[in-house]
Design a protein around this ligand. Sequence first.
Ligand code: C5P
Length: 233
Amino acid sequence: MSRPIIVALDVSNARALRDLVAKLPPTLCRVKIGKELFTALGPEAVEICHGAGHEVFLDLKFHDIPNTCAMAVRAAARLGVWMTNVHCAGGQAMLEAAKDVLAGESHSPLLIGVTVLTSMDAAALQTVGVSRPLEDQVLALAGLAQSAGLDGVVCSAQEARALRETCGAAFCLVTPGIRPAWAASDDQSRIVTPRDAMQLGADYLVIGRPVTRADEPADALARIIDELAHPPG
Ligand code: C5P
């Protein structure tokens, strides 16, 4: 089986990061560096992960004028990361600039668009001027990403089925908000189990605390992978 799990490394210093990545077998997962960790450590965070043998999703959700966004994506490519992302709401010109800049690079990460943050509901969308239903907005933004040549989107697992049907088999769906049945939900509300998320069409599952806060992160990872391969009951 491929490695669908991306472990969210929500730590903020080099020591904690080294300790954590040393406990995560690169054969079982990839890792995600987000804004907190990258703002605290910068490229050193990527170097530590690469040094431990991990492929990195650099989750900085770039959203800026096209040239600035493209230069940021190029800088991410030059760090050698496996995947990075931009906000689809930056618009077609920004998405195309971000994609096009990678053509000139020797290493090109997967480029993923953020549709609607799962922290936003229909009421919150209204306050930023979006009055159509949330799922319509997600589908529209994913369509924009696809026509600009992006490799896929970040989305809620609850939107995965509709996106898979609309965008086709090759479009990459990355889903956070994942919780095994045996794990605490923490502050996530619309949670989906790993197996359900995969069945709904997700390609990659972003999972943080159920792995990183486990007594033995490698055991928690192995348990999730086993449940994906062998459904309970
Ligand atoms: O610990 P947990 O599994 O909740 O971590 C999920 C990770 O995915 C965190 O890094 C969080 O910021 C990120 N994320 C999320 N929901 C989104 C987008 C990103 O939980 N909609």
